[in-house]
Design a protein around this ligand. Sequence first.
Ligand code: HEM
Ligand SMILES: N=C(Nc1cccc(CNC[C@@H]2CCCN2)c1)c1cccs1
Length: 365
Amino acid sequence: PRAPAVDLAEAEEFLRLFHAENRVDAPVQQRLARMRYEVDTTGTYRHTPDELAYGAKVAWRNSARCIGRLYWRSLKVRDLRDVHTVSGVAAHCVEHLRMATNGGKIRPVISVFPPETPQRPAPRIWNEQLIRYAGYRNSDGSVLGDPRYTRFTEAVTGFGWRPPAARSGFDALPLVVETREEGAHMFALPPDAVHEVPITHPELPWFAELGLRWHGVPVISNMRLRIGGISYPAAPFNGWYMGTEIGARNFGDTDRYNLVPVVAERLGLDTSREDTLWRDRAVVELNRAVLHSYHQAGVTITDHHTESHRFLTHLAKEESAGRKCPVDWSWIVPPMSGSQTPVFHRYYDEEAPGPNYFGDDDATH
Ligand code: HEM
Ligand SMILES: N=C(Nc1cccc(CNC[C@@H]2CCCN2)c1)c1cccs1
């Protein structure tokens, strides 16, 4: 049986939005008729390059959990809908990393690979992000690397991936790409495509001895881009980091690198009681080190205060454009010093109409 045809209402709503927000020569009725004919005869329809680019930008504008939406119009959209092989997808992912990194002046880029269609399933990328670090579980239960990826590390090792001779806490995992025709294949990332930043502290020399580093560019590769009823499951996108993501979450979470106790001890803080606020003082230094290191390395990064102000500017621009801006307060408020940022002190609208990015856990019809 055919896969369910495209949701015609969603398709029409998107094409009307595209025509309303862009100067398009052809009348919308003509475009709608062509779309309906394609859906009737093939069960799907193809976006024009302009529709695809605009849909990807609007999906970012609609991302209620994203604090970085002020620059939604500047997204660089790579139309890679003619790339159907695992090696093609992998090669373009490496090219994406080079384009986005841009020597440290990071550019927001999205690479859109082929959509799901009744004729052919879409290629899939199994990595959460193009760059993630291996997690090696030791026999005593301790982990070298990122504990979030021990299962992924075991899976690719089973597939034949071999860690570097000298394993470290920051070994980039291979890319795993699957197509219906070829199955799943692994590709090692060329080291020169993985730009990394060594973490040092602006005043504490001992910080460098912790031997910490992180990759410059976050590229999300496990979210599904939906535009006008068409689903693009492989559409990796990047922006730049907000420091708290690394300093508070990746380095600070107890089920990640869990570095707050380590930093607190090296700071000589009294960790015997919670009410010395040793956690709070250590996480601040961890975050100051991250921001200092990225600035030192000339890699774009933003702090949660600056980004909060930018987001409220975006919100005001959306309201003056007569658009509702969906906001998920629990994700927009940064994971440290929440009430010190202006986004904390207000309520927001929640619903998000039209094109969007969906995680696997998100309820999507
Ligand atoms: C340009 C700089 C950008 C910054 C500083 C930024 C910042 C952030 C941050 C801090 C989060 C929360 C992440 C977390 O807590 O795990 C987030 C979420 C998100 N961002 Fe942005 N972002 C940027 C660009 C983008 C771009 C280019 C896109 C897509 C085209 C995007 C789409 C999203 C989505 C979909 C989420 C929610 C993820 C989820 O639900 O798991 N962002 N952003
Ligand atoms: N700065 C970024 N951070 C970001 C954005 C979306 C999703 C994520 C990953 N979120 C999942 C992690 C893992 C647990 C909690 N957060 C990070 C960007 C990544 C891609 C574009 S912007």
